[in-house]
Structures are given as structure tokens and as C-alpha cells.
Design a protein around this ligand. Sequence first.
Ligand code: FE2
Ligand code: FE2
Length: 232
Amino acid sequence: MKKNRYFEYEKKIEQAHQQLKLAYREIKESYAEMIFRFALMAESKDESTGTHLVRLADYVTEIAKGLGLRGKDIYYLRYASPLHDIGKLAIPDAILKKPSGLTPEEREVIRKHTILGADIFKGTRSPLLKAAMLINLTHHERFDGTGYPRGLKGAGIPLYGRIVALADVFDALTSRRPYKEAYEFGEALEIISKESGKYFDPVIVRAFLKRKNRIRRIWRATKDIEGFVSEL
Ligand SMILES: [Fe+2]
Ligand SMILES: [Fe+2]
């Protein structure tokens, strides 16, 4: 009799545990999806599509693995990187959508998307959103100190920013824009390699090249948001 009751309790605890796990998974998934859809708003402002964000998340994941990062770092990078240009929401369309011939002042306004994006997350207690803040602020810094907004140099640029910078540029190179054709995979790799130590951290470039085959698969796949969400 006593033994039976014990087994009943055990079964109930196991059921509660499973329900809790399911609820946690649901919250985590909808949180990640919301972040992604929020990021998509900024992206659609300058007429790029969600596929850039999906590839970016996949590229940074590969770089992180190439660097030997694991667990939470990969999670934060993967889900915070799509937010890198969220500050563009605060940039007037007249400037953001200007086809060519930006004045120096207008260029300055566009550069502000880094600071404006970081401001959105000011004071957050969430480690994931702290990562988003850092990425917003530093994804246009360059290893040699010629980037913006602060002209940070080398290891002075937070690691997440250095990783997203490379992935973002690689995807821009391999994407067609109204004003330019897309570079072939090999050509883009060459450009990235040549910028090692200048635009990009050599350590990040090495990690990226180490994962070349997987990067090529992502480049070929043209996965969209449905594909991204289905993998959550
Ligand atoms: Fe940006
Ligand atoms: Fe981007």
C-alpha cells in the first residue's frame, strides 16, 4: 500500500517536471522568436529581408563554435545578433532610403544607429539583452581602430562585436544590393582574409575560415524566418 503511494507521488512529480520543462521551452522559444520578429521591423525599414538576419545568426554561431565558445555564449550570440541594426528604427526614412549621395551629415545620422540601438537596452538585467546592447554599440568598430562610433581598437572591442562585424560584412558582400552585384563565395572569403588585422580580428578570421564548409552551406541555403523558427 505504502509502496503504491510512493510510486504515485513519483509519477506526479515526474509529470509536473515534464510540464515545467515544456512551459520553459515554450517561453524560451517565443522569447527568441519575438526578438527575431522585432529585429525584422528594423531590417524591413531599409528594404532588406529577414534572410540576412537568419544567415547572420547562423554565421555567428559557426564563428563562435570555431572559436571554441560554447553554451550560453553561443545562445546569446545567436539570438542577440539579429538585433544588431535595431537602432535603424530611429533613423528617418528620408536618409535611410536615400539611394545615393549621402551628405557627411546624413552619414553621421546613419552611424548613430549603433548608439540609438544600444540605448533601447539601457538598464536591462537580461544577459541576452545586454549582449544585444553590446552588439548594437560595437558591430561597426574595426580591429585597426578606424570604425565607429567610438573608434575602439583590437581587444578593446568586445568579442561579440568583433564576431558580428565579420559575419555582417561577409553577408553584405555575398548579397545583391540595388547598387552592386553579390560577390561569389570564394571572392568574399578572399576579401575577408585580406582584411584580417585591418577591419577584422585575425583570431575571428581564422575561426571563420576553420568553419568554411559549414559557412558555405549556410550561404547556399537561403533559409528564411520560418526555417529559423522551426529550429528553435
Ligand atoms: Fe549596423
Ligand atoms: Fe546587418
